[in-house]
Ligand binder design. Structure first.
Ligand code: UDP
Length: 322
């Protein structure tokens, strides 16, 4: 089998490429290295089955050449990270909308076996102050368009609609996955992600910056579990035309996360509370709780997260220490 992994030098993309190579797939990666990192795939470059192209998914000519060659397209390239979205609003919208349109257009015209679209739990917005979990069919609740955070949710919702439209009208076999917070080695804190940020702060004995009151909760899935979910879904015929949550339903508050990271790194860091306005921008809206309902994916494939939060943190600390 041959795959194109867009965004393959990113955190999830590089782990996915590695897993596909282990299964003896031929893997083509396209990444513009905007948030991805060449170091994430350096160790794959020795493999004869691996081909890396530094380019943008909006470059139609290159995409045409690559998509033509492969059986399956894993479309992971996207502007990601709350901080990155706020700092690069135009580029984020363009990459997420135009990039996906090009992938789907070309995959359809070449009659590809499968397209896997990476979507996000941001889709659900700020619903669920009540700690209940999100089901794929739940309503979405977004703030005003003057709150930039929500642009990401809108672009990915459009990506989902586009994919489903290609499936309904053209029979393009598409599977959509909404990733909840995912973490592990190779994730960078540069674009906002809380765990690598806290670990880096702790290792340097700098203040750990908890935004808001720290009582907001998130559920973190370890990268290896995420990869198992992706490959499982792509192998499952019945998953075509469907949307799935991918996440770990067990949650933790951000303050508790800061305390555990401080403990595991034996850090002397203070824990500082930073108002959202100062951390991001005026009027920034966060979601209080975000938890996946994973019953749908579990009814399609064998999936149950194996690595829990403490082990996830220890493995990520070990990576960042190096
Ligand atoms: N957060 C924090 N300090 C940081 C970065 C993030 O307290 O340095 C908080 C953020 O406000 C959110 C949670 O951690 O409530 C998770 O943030 P992240 O950006 O990792 O993912 P999100 O769930 O917001 O997409």
């Amino acid at each position: 089998m041959k795959a194109l992994v867009t965004g393959g030098a990113g955190f999830i993309g590089s782990h996915l490429s590695e897993a596909l190579l282990k299964k003896k797939w031929k893997v083509y990666v396209i990444d513009n290295l905007s948030t991805g990192n060449i170091e994430n795939i350096r160790h794959l470059e020795n493999s004869k089955l691996f081909h890396f192209h530094i380019d943008d998914v909006t470059n139609e000519k290159v995409m045409k050449r690559l998509i033509k060659k492969v059986d399956v397209v894993f479309h992971l390239a996207a502007a990601v990270g709350v901080k990155y979205i706020l700092d690069n609003p135009l580029d984020s919208i363009r990459t997420n909308v135009r990039g996906t349109e090009i992938v789907l257009e070309l995959a359809n015209s070449f009659g590809k076996k499968k397209v896997f679209l990476a979507s996000t739990s941001e889709i659900y917005g700020k619903n669920r102050g009540d700690r209940a979990s999100f089901k794929e069919t739940d309503d979405r609740l977004l703030g005003s368009t003057t709150r930039w955070r929500w642009s990401y949710s809108c672009t990915k919702a459009l990506d989902e609609f586009l994919s489903l439209a290609y499936y309904r009208e053209k029979k393009l076999p598409v599977t959509i996955a909404r990733f909840f917070n995912t973490c592990g080695p190779r994730q960078t804190g540069r674009y906002g992600m809380v765990i690598p940020r806290f670990i880096k702060q702790a290792l340097l004995n700098n203040p750990i910056t908890v935004y808001g009151d720290g009582e907001q909760t998130r559920c973190f899935l370890y990268i290896d579990d995420a990869i198992k979910a992706i490959t499982g879904l792509v192998d499952e015929k019945k998953a075509v035309g469907e949307i799935f949550n991918i996440g770990n339903p067990r949650g933790i508050s951000i303050l508790e996360l800061a305390k555990r990271i401080k403990k595991f790194t034996k850090s002397k860091s203070r824990i500082d509370f930073v108002p959202y306005e100062k951390a991001y921008e005026k009027g920034f809206e966060d979601m209080r709780h975000r938890k996946p309902d994973i019953s749908k994916i579990q009814s399609f494939i064998k999936f149950s997260p194996k690595v829990e939060i403490d082990e996830l943190l220890k493995r990520t600390v070990k990576y960042l220490e190096r």
